[in-house]
Design a protein around this ligand. Structure first.
Ligand SMILES: NC(=O)c1ccc[n+]([C@@H]2O[C@H](COP(=O)([O-])OP(=O)(O)OC[C@H]3O[C@@H](n4cnc5c(N)ncnc54)[C@H](O)[C@@H]3O)[C@@H](O)[C@H]2O)c1
Length: 258
């Protein structure tokens, strides 16, 4: 099948690399008009050029930047159908070692930004009257307690439930706007390559972990991006307020502390 998101204007935050890059590539391949929003300008511009997308510098942590960005989308494209709130950062630290600065930084990029993005996208989505979809990137750390990335776990838990609250809000208003969260685990990206060893070391030192931590093969960005395409398309019209876990059994496995 092709053209699964044809005619849809799609924004992907953090779309310059990693999972966001895969989302941008597949949405463009499936006929979407894609806008990559990131702070990694060189990578983002190069990708946009390659796939025929637009690139806009957006630091997702400030509401003012979101207001300008959504105004730009409205002015340039006249509508917005799909918002993938994908940007995120992780800093390894547990509940006792996490500093105030680390807490605020991690929560700003995942939790605050997802709120700002939904708040300012929803009115523009509503205006078109077309079917729209907001896809918020949470994590398996938003499903089970992952002690090694405490601030990240808090942020991703917030993303999970703010997605459901926004989904119900839109449904009760009669909007054609669906909101879902995706919960990846163990996908190889620049993020997991950067902090993977630190987290693996912390896991190995934890005496509670007697079983192998990851009993499954690592995933690829497209394993997540195909779910993004499904949720972005009208194929998923009855999927709303849902949490899509994509971790190849990690959270399903008994006795595992991810
Ligand atoms: N890779 C995994 O296994 C995994 C697992 C669970 C959840 N996630 C989530 O998926 C999303 C993407 O993760 P990834 O592994 O591709 O990470 P990544 O670090 O490879 O890419 C993240 C992207 O976000 C951008 N970004 C960071 N701060 C930003 C800001 N303030 N404003 C705009 N853009 C910003 C980066 O420039 C980068 O392009 C994140 O929300 C992450 O928490 C990833």
């Amino acid at each position: 099948m092709s053209g699964r998101v044809a005619g849809k204007v799609c924004v992907v935050t953090g779309g310059a690399m990693g999972l966001g890059e895969a989302d941008a590539r597949l949405l463009a391949r499936e006929g979407g008009t894609v806008i990559i929003a990131d702070i990694a300008d060189d990578k983002g511009k190069a990708l946009a050029q390659e796939i025929g997308a637009d690139y806009v510098h957006l630091d997702v942590t400030t509401e003012a930047a979101w207001i300008d960005f959504i105004a730009h989308v409205k002015e340039t494209y006249g509508k917005l159908n799909v918002l993938v709130n994908n940007a995120g950062i992780v800093i390894p630290a547990n509940v006792e070692t996490c500093t105030e600065e680390q807490w605020r930084k991690v929560n700003a990029v995942s939790s605050d930004a997802t709120f700002f993005g939904m708040k300012h996208a929803i009115p523009l989505m509503r205006e078109s009257g077309e079917p729209c979809s907001i896809i918020n990137m949470s994590s398996i750390a938003g499903i089970v307690g992952v002690p090694y990335v405490f601030a990240y776990a808090a942020a991703k838990g917030a993303v999970r439930l703010m997605s459901k609250a926004a989904a119900v809000h839109c449904a009760k208003k009669g909007d054609k706007i669906r909101v879902n969260s995706i919960h990846p685990g163990g996908i190889v990206t620049p993020m997991t390559q950067a902090v993977g060893q630190q987290v693996a070391d912390a896991v190995a030192q934890d005496p509670r972990n007697t079983a192998p931590v990851r009993g499954t093969r690592p995933g690829e960005p497209d394993d997540i991006a195909w779910m993004v395409v499904y949720l972005a398309s009208d194929e998923s019209k009855y999927t709303n307020g849902a949490e899509m876990i994509i971790d190849n059994t990690v959270t399903a496995m008994e006795g595992i502390v991810p």
